[in-house]
Design a protein around this ligand. Structure first.
Ligand SMILES: NC(=O)c1ccc[n+]([C@@H]2O[C@H](COP(=O)([O-])OP(=O)(O)OC[C@H]3O[C@@H](n4cnc5c(N)ncnc54)[C@H](O)[C@@H]3O)[C@@H](O)[C@H]2O)c1
Length: 361
């Protein structure tokens, strides 16, 4: 198979730090054929660094071009459903950055187009393709034996780490009217979920759920299945911190997110039975090729015995794109597709309802 011709819409942080270098690295699978962004400086940067990528005048022109096989939708969340709709109608394979959309309504509108779409749509939840996560599936206790699950993201924002490790261009040449329109559209979508008069901390909490917690909500469902619902959810610290309890019937899954400026990235999933503990450790602020680790501890006659996997240097983002490519080649359905993302968004809407009940702290 010739390399698939990729067109990227959105050339911001995640495109520069992850997708462009991974695509270039996987040169047998992909060629970087086209780019578009509302920032002219980002377009110039990408076309000079990734020649012969062509600059398109609009996102639609790129998506509809016969010279593009795969559309990577890497623009801000509020634009996802518009560009995905165009790419589905144009019959292109799609790599869609998470969150797929901001509302269940948007995703339902896209799902309605699925019967006429015969290509591959893959949502970029890379933690589900990290080696430690994949290895953990064979180490988990039987579902009936699980007694407790604990998940956390105790982190600082990606920029803390990227600014120190990479030369990302943050553009200053985007038309302010476009930026203002994007902010209005994003706010309107978020308010469909949180309510028109929602306080600022609830808005922030929803942004945190969609931007950050969506990774672990997706990973949780992929690992231990669907929760029956949300028992409780709180937000504190102006919505920067969230605590959620998911109902799994015979056990509870506790999730905590704390976003601060300490400059640490501490993220983990821990699944326990009475005699076994499995920990997936993702100390990987989204910088490529940082290792993940897996620890399995079992009760033994002398005391607990811990088996440790890693550091595992397989890169989650590279694995994600390899998996996407394989699904395209084989015509198979990714685990992280639109229907799967709908479950995440429905859970997030349920979390917001519980947060409304628990009030501001
Ligand atoms: N998988 C991950 O770990 C991960 C990490 C970061 C971001 N993301 C996701 O990737 C997406 C982009 O995030 P980012 O951090 O790169 O943000 P960013 O703001 O750095 O980049 C977004 C880019 O989209 C462009 N854009 C905005 N409106 C546009 C439009 N109408 N047409 C074309 N381009 C437009 C902006 O100019 C900007 O360059 C988001 O959906 C985000 O949630 C995923």
């Amino acid at each position: 198979m010739n390399p698939l011709r990729v067109g990227l819409v959105g050339l911001g942080e995640v495109a520069q730090s992850i997708h462009l270098p991974v695509l270039a690295d996987q040169r047998d699978r992909w060629s970087i054929a086209g780019v578009y962004d509302v920032s002219p400086s980002l377009v110039s940067l990408a076309t000079s660094q990734y020649a012969p990528a062509k600059a398109y005048q609009t996102a639609e022109a790129l998506i509809e071009s016969p010279d593009i096989d795969v559309a990577f939708v890497l623009s801000s969340d509020d634009t996802h459903s518009r560009f995905v709709r165009a790419a589905m109608r144009a019959g292109k394979h799609i790599l869609l950055e998470k969150p797929a959309c901001l509302t269940v309504r948007e995703i339902d509108e896209l799902l309605a187009l699925m019967p006429a779409y015969n290509k591959t749509l893959f949502v970029g939840y890379m933690r589900r393709y990290a080696p430690a996560y994949l290895a953990a599936r064979d180490e988990l206790p039987a579902h009936a034996d699980i007694t407790h699950v604990r998940i956390f993201d105790l982190i600082s924002e990606g920029r803390h780490f990227l600014k120190k490790s990479q030369n990302v261009l943050y553009p200053g040449d985007i038309d302010p009217a476009l930026l203002a329109r994007g902010a209005r559209e994003r706010d309107a979508l978020i308010r469909e979920v949180v309510g028109a008069d929602a306080p600022a901390d609830l808005v922030r909490a929803y942004r945190g759920l969609t931007a950050l917690s969506s990774h672990h909500i997706s990973a949780m469902r992929g690992l231990i299945g669907e929760p029956k619902g949300v028992v409780s959810a709180h937000r504190t610290n102006g919505g920067a911190n969230t605590s959620i309890t998911f109902d799994y019937g015979h056990f509870a899954c506790l999730y905590d997110a704390v976003v601060d400026d300490l400059g640490l990235f501490d993220a983990m999933i821990e699944v326990r039975s009475n005699t076994r503990r499995v920990r997936i450790i993702y100390d990987t602020p989204y910088i490529r090729s940082l290792p993940t680790r897996l620890e399995v501890t079992e009760a033994g006659p002398l005391g607990p015995v811990t088996k440790s996997f890693g550091p595992l240097y397989g890169d989650a983002f590279s694995n994600e794109l390899e998996t996407f490519h394989r699904h395209i080649q084989e015509g198979t359905r990714p685990l992280t597709d639109l229907a799967d993302s709908r479950r995440d968004l429905a859970l997030m809407a349920g979390i917001i309802e519980k947060m409304k009940q628990s009030g501001r702290r």
